[in-house]
Design a protein around this ligand. Sequence first.
Ligand SMILES: Cc1cc2nc3c(=O)[nH]c(=O)nc-3n(C[C@H](O)[C@H](O)[C@H](O)COP(=O)(O)O)c2cc1C
Length: 183
Amino acid sequence: MTHIVGVSGSITQPSRTKALVEVIVAKASQKLHAPAEIIDIAQIATVLGSTTSYNQFPEALAVEYKKLLSADLIVIASPIYKASYTGLLKHFFDLLDPKSLAGKTAILAATGGSDQHALVLDFQLRTLASFFGIYTVPTAIYAKDTEFTDYQLTSDAIKARIDIAVDQAVYLLNRETSQALVA
Ligand SMILES: Cc1cc2nc3c(=O)[nH]c(=O)nc-3n(C[C@H](O)[C@H](O)[C@H](O)COP(=O)(O)O)c2cc1C
């Protein structure tokens, strides 16, 4: 069965990014009839930040990596911090074996205070996913703070975009299982 895992790269709570991830994974879960889990970087920030070993993870971190590695579809989301995704989200991926996520499918999402940094999705998060051999859907989701009310997504335009991205993910997942890839 397909397994969905959302990663929220925010380091604070409450978080618009986490709320956005929840909406995306709920939609994917509904369309794929599949279970979904969330990795909340804010909840593991201290243990993650103090981990520098690639081989031996503290239990709290090992649990989250196990979730990630079990995913077929990953939602990778971050708030924009200083024109990039968050440092702790990068650290979370930096500690992983480069081959560990190859062949998975991902939807990319970000939240930001302004219009200025929407392309972080295509020029930074998409390149990170490509490094890991992850297939990313073409439609990325960028939601501004004004599209949330009390940390809940309230924009119909963003919800419509989520629908498109999830449909693209379903298409990719179906293609991957029906076609053998030749290296
Ligand atoms: C340290 C910091 C740096 C930020 N830098 C940017 C930025 O460069 N561009 C931008 O559009 N928003 C920036 N923001 C705004 C956040 O991206 C925005 O408020 C986002 O929704 C926060 O997500 P969260 O609620 O999940 O933490 C920054 C916020 C913080 C706290």
